[in-house]
Design a protein around this ligand. Structure first.
Ligand SMILES: [Zn+2]
Length: 370
């Protein structure tokens, strides 16, 4: 396991082919009408309120573990996106207040949580997804048997859902986190993006990708999880082909636009790739670009490439300068995207094929032929 935080999303590690089938259709030149009108009907503040309970409880579990962790353990947790007190300053008030709740717990309880956290350590984004995908609502947190993200990343953790459920029940009830969410829901809810912000970003991404895919996109919604590491996110795979984009905290408008654009881009990008075998083959041909790079925890070249592309696209869509977050292809893809913007007739799948072959020819020793 590579020990690095993955800013702007762990979800790139997974193939989302299974969820690109959709309930609403986006056809050539036309954006999703259901989305233009409003959020999907299931995306409501009431639903977010239910999800907030689960997100706060899973965050509190790891905060409890951190409260009694050794410096070495705390450093390791931090590398997985679970932040220590150093990240809990005034800029993240909900995190700091949740920490105060957790700090008052009996130390034996926190030791038990530390044992769980050490033996099941995974990325904070994945655990947030697990809390929503794998359990019914608070206060019972009944395991559903469905946990696509965690099953993919950590099948042992997914299969041990009852242990986690027991911790979540205590945390929500006796641990006081249910009451905490009740008391802070107003300020949490105010962090969530509104319809206009989401729709504008979605339209901008689809325009940028020159979306003409006949495959419908999955229905989706977005909410802020203020307990994730800053500028991280995850696409949570809810039942009935619904996607909830979890957005970590952001301090600037630029970061927020980048994060929303990034998390949304994963969906249409996956549809574009999976619809065209030429793109799939070009990704295979360019696999040498993965040799020797820091994968930042992303498993396999295709997933790593997707993450790099989402990053590069999100900077262009959000209208911010290209960023160097340590992902090997961000810079190259950013430059290629700028050239692509000037060629209005080239669809995005063709851009991908040409760009990957060009980069592979330039960077790899072995010759690359289409
Ligand atoms: Zn991502």
């Amino acid at each position: 396991m590579v020990l690095s935080i993955k800013p702007a999303g762990a979800e790139g590690r997974r193939l989302r082919r299974a969820v690109t089938i959709a309930a609403i259709a986006c056809f050539a030149g036309v954006t999703c009408r259901a989305w233009l009108a409003a959020r999907a009907p299931w995306a409501t503040a009431e639903r977010h309120r239910v999800e907030a309970d689960s997100l706060a409880c899973i965050a509190a579990l790891f905060l409890g573990a951190l409260d009694v962790a050794s410096p070495d353990d705390a450093k390791r947790f931090s590398e997985f996106g679970f932040k220590t007190t150093s990240g809990l300053d005034h800029r993240y008030p909900l995190r700091a207040r949740l920490w105060q709740v957790v700090h008052a717990w009996p130390s034996a309880r926190k030791q038990a949580l530390l044992e769980y956290a050490k033996s099941h350590l995974g990325y904070a984004t994945e655990f947030a997804a697990f809390a929503l995908e794998g359990f019914g609502p608070a206060p019972r947190f009944v395991p559903t048997g469905r946990a696509p993200s965690m099953t993919f990343y950590a099948p042992q953790t997914a299969s041990d859902a009852e242990t986690l459920a027991a911790h979540l029940r205590w945390i929500h009830g006796e641990g006081g986190v249910g009451a905490f969410v009740q008391g802070h829901w107003g300020s949490w809810k105010a962090l969530d993006p509104d319809d206009a912000e989401l729709i504008a970003t979605k339209d901008a991404v689809l325009r940028y990708l020159r979306w003409n895919n006949q495959r419908p996109l999955v229905e989706f919604d977005a909410m802020v999880d203020p307990f994730l590491a800053p500028v991280t996110g995850f696409g949570v795979d809810l039942p009935n082909r619904r996607m909830l984009l979890l957005l970590g905290p952001t301090l600037t408008d630029d970061d927020r636009r980048v994060l929303i654009a990034h998390e949304f881009t994963h969906q249409p990008l996956e549809a574009i790739i999976s619809a065209n075998q030429q793109v799939v083959r070009s990704i295979d041909r360019a696999s040498c670009l993965f040799d020797g790079v820091d994968p930042h925890g992303y498993e396999g070249w295709p997933n790593f490439l997707r993450e790099n592309l989402c990053r590069a696209v999100s900077y262009r869509v959000a209208g911010v300068p290209d960023r160097d977050t340590g992902f090997a292809l961000e810079g190259d893809l950013g430059r290629e995207l700028r050239n692509h913007e000037a060629n209005a007739s080239v669809p995005f799948d063709q851009f991908m094929v040409e760009t990957l072959d060009t980069l592979a020819r330039a960077r790899c020793r072995a010759s690359v032929s289409p």
